[in-house]
Ligand binder design. Structure first.
Ligand SMILES: CC(C)(COP(=O)(O)OP(=O)(O)OC[C@H]1O[C@@H](n2cnc3c(N)ncnc32)[C@H](O)[C@@H]1OP(=O)(O)O)[C@@H](O)C(=O)NCCC(=O)NCCS
Length: 180
């Protein structure tokens, strides 16, 4: 898949969503996996992180810094992101880029939550899945809570397919004309 980027201005701040793997901050991903807010994840070895990133599409959400950061002060590892965007969120598609996509690791750092960035990032993800010519379904799990269900029903045209006490399993509506 060709790399894609989207930009969003909110007051003085500029945000970017990008699929470019070279922009990702491995430290940000590992720190997020370690955060109890991502209760379903935990940090992985750097070798496994590389395998994970090589075999899925991790969509990064970034905040543009007002000035380029000196590399020594950059919160982003300089070799991975040599310019002034700081990663503040992500979503990950595990996919064959054609027929099926599993969405996971949807996260926006708490200080930037509630500004519409999560919805915008998922709309960008939907553009990616809409471009998959043979897509049958997007599947994912979410918190079994009304606000989470509403969020995904509205953004991804998905319905709860199964549920347990704390989690719901979603499938997007079947694409017309395709089986399964
Ligand atoms: C879910 C999450 C990515 C939403 O990002 P965001 O930037 O705050 O989202 P937005 O500002 O675009 O939209 C907020 C909406 O998301 C809804 N939402 C969905 N899931 C949510 C969650 N787990 N926590 C908080 N809000 C959530 C809110 O109810 C709100 O709905 P409203 O606009 O109807 O009031 C973010 O809250 C987050 O990272 N949560 C922790 C990790 C997580 O739970 N990920 C999802 C796993 S299913």
């Amino acid at each position: 898949m060709e790399p894609k980027e989207w930009y969003y201005r909110l007051g003085e701040q500029t945000f970017m969503v990008s699929t470019k793997p070279e922009l990702l901050s491995h430290d940000f991903i590992q720190d997020s996996f370690a955060d109890p807010i991502m209760y379903w994840a935990k940090p992985v070895s750097s070798e496994n992180l590389k395998i994970m990133l090589d075999n899925s599409c991790l969509v990064g959400l970034y905040l543009k810094s007002p000035e380029p950061l000196p590399s020594s002060e950059s919160p982003v590892a300089p070799l991975q992101s040599p310019f002034n965007f700081t990663q503040i969120g992500m979503a990950r598609l595990v996919t064959d880029y054609t027929t099926i996509a599993f969405l996971t690791d949807v996260f926006v750092v708490p200080e930037h939550q509630g500004k519409g960035l999560g919805k915008w990032m998922i709309q960008c993800v939907k553009e990616l899945t809409d471009a998959m010519s043979g897509l049958r379904r997007i599947m994912f799990m979410a918190k079994n809570a009304p606000h989470a269900v509403k969020f995904y029903e509205e953004l991804l045209d998905a319905k709860v397919h199964d549920q347990e006490r704390s989690q719901v399993v979603f499938m997007s509506n079947r694409t017309a004309g395709l089986d399964a």
